[in-house]
Every structure is written in structure tokens, then in C-alpha cells.
Design a protein around this ligand. Structure first.
Ligand code: BGC
Length: 349
């Protein structure tokens, strides 16, 4: 079969190549790939900045935002041939730590977790892949190709779950949320904010293109200036850019008792010792909580499926702005101005 592989930590090594059929040890369910979403993490892996091959292997099959069709469900009773499934990305560490032991692998405490297409387990950018039945999530067949949005939705579902559980530690009546960044993560975070009945604001650099329209189509307000200039004190900020200045400004504008949830991974930017102390002072004097959030566990996968199933299909389909054939994967990794979610399509749905 064909797969898109990379030698992690070595830029320029990604290839679409012949690759052995998936190993039976990767799971009893055999799946035919339909589509795999591309995200910033894939770009970082291809640029040689992130990623780990499986033990004793040189190359890693890329891809963690999957959608596939069951070819052979194996002995498990829960799946049947033809079901649409998405693979959970993370696996618990082998020890396991207390978080992994109770199924909260997203909170792994010793860093020895593995992740498909990212850390030590092959991903989903291959014509066929295998998965353990307990890590295969069935998606609502009416979602069709939109099921490929499930994995990024799980990431923001977890972020929201943590915001809510932090908020309810005290008397809390949030009215509004500011989402920074109108990429797929930001837009899906905004979609959940609307489903939660909040007044939703989204800020992004783009002044034209699909982002402002997508935000307005949700019934949310679009801002293209700076966070400092949004003109209100958000009760919640879901930060999805990883940009230092946006993060620093978020700490300034968040309301007293507010929660800033960081989901973007960046580097450098607006930070020095004085500003760290200023952030700490504001956090103390305004009871602000700053929380980081990565990955998702099975509870979040379940809820994310509900959020997606409730979402407007036309709106969701506008998030997929390009579909690229696997042999042209390099085009999928290059950002174009109006890109939101680019998917590599392996088979027709
Ligand atoms: C993935 C997560 C993963 C994280 C860190 C993200 O792109 O969506 O599942 O935990 O990268 O590797």
C-alpha cells in the first residue's frame, strides 16, 4: 500500500511511498482511509521540529486527524463492515501513571504516552490502517467527510470542559467568550461556545476571506484588530494562536474571575521577566486562572461527537477549504491565504 511517511527531526524527508500493510499488532480492526486532516503539528513534524518514529523504526507514518471505513471489524462486536470511524490519537503510557490508569491519558503525568502519527506510533496517512476496537470511534454516518473534523473538535471539547470545571469552583455566570484565532481550532471552539449559549467573539488577523463570514454565520462577532482593542472584558478567553503578544494581551483584558485557556503552541514573542511578574500580579488580584489544554480523552471524544452531530452541516462543510490527493501531499502542507482545514483524501466517501 501507499503511505505518507517522514523521518522525524529531519526536515525535507517526507515522502509518499510504498509501505508494508498495517501490522496486526496495531489492532484487530482494519480500516480503509478516507481522509486525513492536516494541522500545524503535521507541518512541524515535516519541518523536522517535532515527532518521533516507532521504536526501532526510522520513519513514521504521518497523520492524526483520521476518517476511515471499516473493512474488517475483527472479532469485536461493536463495529461492522462499512462503519465510518475515527481513531483516537493518544495511548496511555506503559507504566501507567495515575492519570493514564484511569483513562485520562490526555493528562499523562510522566510524558511516556504515545500518539498516532506524532509520537512513536504510525499515524493514519496510509491507504489502510489498523486500530484497537476500543480506540475506534464510530461517527454519525450523516456527517460523511465532515467526520474528519472530529479530532480537532475533541481538542476544543477538552479545553471547554476544563474551563467549565474551573469556572464552577465559585459562583460563576459567564456571558461571553473571546476566541483568539479563526483557524479550525478557533472556529470549532467558537461553535461550541455558541452551542453553550454564550455571546461569542472571535479575533483573527484576517480582514477578508472566509473567516469573517464563517464567524458571522455562527451568529458570533468578528474582530480583526488587537486583543487589547476588543472593547470588552471577556469572561473566558480560548487562546488558539500561540502568539506571544495575543497571549500577553489576553492576560490584560480578561475580566476579574476570568479564565484564559491556552490551546496554541508557539514560541518566543512578548515575554520578559517583568511581564511574567505582571501576569502573576493580575492573576492574584483579579482571581484569574490561566490553564493549558492538550489532547483529549474518551469522554471528550464522546462529547465532541455530540457537538459535531448538532452543528450546521453547511457551516461545517465550509471549514474544509481544500481536498488534496495523497500524491500531492506537499500542497496540503503549504498554507494558502484562504485555508481553514485542508484534508488529504485517500478514497471517495
Ligand atoms: C494533536 C493532539 C496532540 C498534540 C501534541 C495536536 O496537534 O491534535 O492530539 O496531543 O498535537 O502532540
Amino acid at each position: 500500500m501507499k503511505a505518507i511517511t517522514v523521518e522525524p527531526k529531519k526536515p525535507g524527508t517526507a515522502r509518499y511511498e510504498d509501505f508494508p500493510e498495517p501490522d496486526a499488532r496495531e489492532g484487530s480492526v482494519l480500516v480503509e482511509a478516507i481522509a486525513v486532516g492536516v494541522c500545524g503539528t503535521d507541518v512541524e513534524i515535516v519541518e523536522g521540529k517535532y515527532g518521533w518514529a516507532p521504536p526501532a523504526a526510522a520513519r513514521l507514518v504521518l497523520g492524526h486527524e483520521s476518517l476511515g471505513r471499516v473493512v474488517d471489524p475483527g472479532p469485536s462486536g461493536g463495529l461492522k463492515k462499512g462503519d465510518l470511524v475515527v481513531g483516537i490519537v493518544r495511548r496511555p503510557d506503559p507504566i501507567p501513571c495515575s492519570s493514564c490508569a484511569v483513562g485520562e491519558w490526555d493528562m499523562c503525568r510522566n510524558g511516556q504516552y504515545t500518539e498516532r502519527g506524532i509520537k512513536q506510533i504510525h499515524g493514519f496517512m496510509s491507504e489502510r490502517w489498523r486500530i484497537e476496537p476500543e480506540y475506534a470511534i464510530k461517527v454519525d454516518p450523516s456527517l460523511g467527510i465532515l467526520g474528519v473534523l472530529l479530532e480537532p473538535t475533541t481538542v476544543v471539547t477538552k479545553a471547554w470542559a476544563h474551563v467549565i470545571s474551573i469556572g464552577v469552583r465559585t459562583f460563576w455566570e459567564p456571558r461571553n467568550v473571546l476566541v483568539t484565532g479563526a483557524g479550525p481550532i478557533g472556529l470549532l471552539a467558537a461553535m461550541i461556545g455558541k452551542q453553550r449559549g454564550l455571546e461569542v467573539h472571535v479575533l483573527d488577523r484576517a480582514e477578508s476571506g472566509p473567516k469573517p463570514d464563517l464567524v458571522r454565520a455562527l451568529g458570533a462577532t468578528y474582530h480583526s484588530g488587537t486583543v487589547a482593542g476588543v472593547g470588552f472584558d471577556p469572561d473566558i478567553i480560548i487562546e488558539c494562536t500561540g502568539v506571544g503578544q495575543v497571549i500577553a494581551d489576553s492576560f490584560q483584558v480578561i475580566s476579574s474571575g476570568g479564565i484564559v485557556c491556552l490551546t496554541g503552541v508557539g514560541q518566543g514573542g512578548a515575554s520578559n521577566k517583568a511581564s511574567v511578574a505582571d501576569v502573576a500580579a493580575a492573576a492574584v488580584l483579579k482571581n484569574i486562572v490561566i490553564v493549558g489544554s492538550v489532547n483529549a480523552n474518551k469522554r471528550h471524544w464522546y462529547r465532541a461527537g455530540e457537538f459535531l452531530a448538532r452543528a450546521d452541516r453547511t457551516w461545517l462543510s465550509r471549514l474544509i477549504t481544500r481536498r488534496v490527493k495523497p500524491e500531492n501531499f506537499e500542497q496540503a502542507l503549504k498554507r494558502e491565504p484562504d485555508d481553514i482545514k485542508v484534508v488529504i483524501q485517500f478514497a471517495e466517501i
